[in-house]
Design a protein around this ligand. Structure first.
Ligand code: PLP
Length: 369
């Protein structure tokens, strides 16, 4: 392998533009010339394609992935006095969305694979529990069979925070259709990404769909009347047009992420803990998070050799200042807290070359020699 001293960033969003320049610019110009910036036809087109991809009856575009969790929870009547069980190892919006809907987030620890542990969920159910939020963290589907069984047994909603998992499958079925609804983020760092904030909800529920059509646009039932107060949270036509172009490449990008993951798995499994696809799972590797007791030294070594890395997430949600009122303390979520000390995300984005991934492996191997 030729020595290459160029640095490898953790992620490079700008490099995704050039191969799609013509298609993207044509799509953007079309919207600009139409002047139909709010809920134009491209939004509908995107929603139809996204519902087909998710195997659900409906997809509804909204302004971001956080609103894609808050608004449908409100639509289900989840609010004051209610509890929603969430994992403490996630992006904070998994929990903040529950609080912003008016309910109380209740944390249940994760398993070693980063996803919420069904056995821990069982321990947290009370008479106030209304829903279980499964986060498909890192793009790896959560244990949907076990979580669905628990939800059904207790008459709870199962909610999928699918922000990191577009294209992931469980038992051969796409995420997004396992629960009452799923919220996806299309933020620039996500696997399918807009040129700014964007989000989408998937559901098979007719009532929730009708609610969402109003909820994303102030609660309007028609031009001059509102049924209830709500946010202004629409998916921009411009973002939908961009997403329609990018959707065509999603399978290809997922295959490239999985190829990158396979290289890491083959080369690093004897040095660090590496994530793999377990039975029933088709992971899309939004992140590739390894675990090692020598995490800080390894990260420094990577930096010294021009390789970017990140920590997802250094402060667990239950120990955030914003969560203080919930009364959790260090030691309450042992697996999540252990992971905070040992996790490291390696570059995995789709436009890394095979050679770059091998070079990251070379640098990691050199550290352990
Ligand atoms: C990104 C993300 C969100 C929030 O999405 P935004 O589009 O940034 O609002 C929620 N949950 C998880 C797990 C995420 O990764």
């Amino acid at each position: 392998m030729a020595t290459n001293t160029q640095s490898i960033p953790y992620v490079d969003i700008g490099s995704q533009f050039e191969p799609m320049r013509e298609e993207l610019m044509a799509a953007i110009e079309e919207v600009m010339a139409s002047g139909w910036f709010i809920l134009g036809p491209q939004v509908n087109e995107f929603e139809e394609k996204f519902a087909a991809l998710s195997g659900t009856k409906y997809a509804i575009g909204v302004a971001n992935g956080t609103d894609a969790l808050i608004l449908p929870m409100k639509g289900l009547g989840i609010g004051e006095g209610d509890e929603v069980i969430v994992p403490p190892n996630s992006y904070l919006a998994s929990a903040s969305s529950v609080a912003l809907a008016g309910a109380t987030p209740v944390f249940a620890d994760v398993a070693n694979n980063y996803n919420i542990d069904p056995e821990e969920v069982k321990k947290k159910i009370t008479s106030r529990t209304k829903a279980i939020m499964a986060v498909h963290l890192t793009g790896r589907p959560a244990d949907m069979d076990a979580l669905k069984a628990i939800a059904d047994e207790h008459g709870l909603h199962l909610i999928e925070d699918s922000a990191q998992a577009v294209g992931a499958k469980y038992n051969g079925k796409p995420v997004g259709g396992f629960g009452t609804f799923a919220g996806f983020s299309l933020h620039p760092l996500k696997n399918l990404n807009a040129a700014g904030d964007a989000g989408v909800i998937t559901t098979n529920d007719d009532n929730l769909y009708e609610y969402m059509l109003k909820a994303r646009t102030h609660g309007h039932k028609n031009r001059n009347e509102v049924s209830f107060w709500s946010l202004n949270s629409r998916l921009d036509t411009l973002q939908a047009a961009i997403l329609n172009v990018k959707l065509k490449y999603l399978d290809e990008w997922t295959a490239l992420r999985r190829r990158n993951a396979a290289i890491y798995q083959a080369r690093l499994a004897d040095k660090v803990w590496v994530p793999t696809d377990a039975e029933k799972e088709f992971a899309v590797y939004h992140t590739f998070i390894i675990q090692t007791d020598r995490r800080d030294a390894l990260q420094q070594h990577l930096t010294d050799h021009g390789v970017g890395s990140a920590i997802h997430y250094p402060v667990p949600i239950h120990l955030q200042e914003a969560a203080q009122y919930l009364g959790y303390k260090p030691g309450d979520m042992p697996m999540t807290e252990k992971q905070c000390e040992t996790i490291l995300s390696l570059p995995i984005f789709h436009n890394l070359t095979e050679e770059q991934v091998h070079r990251v492996c070379d640098v990691v191997e050199a550290f352990f020699q």
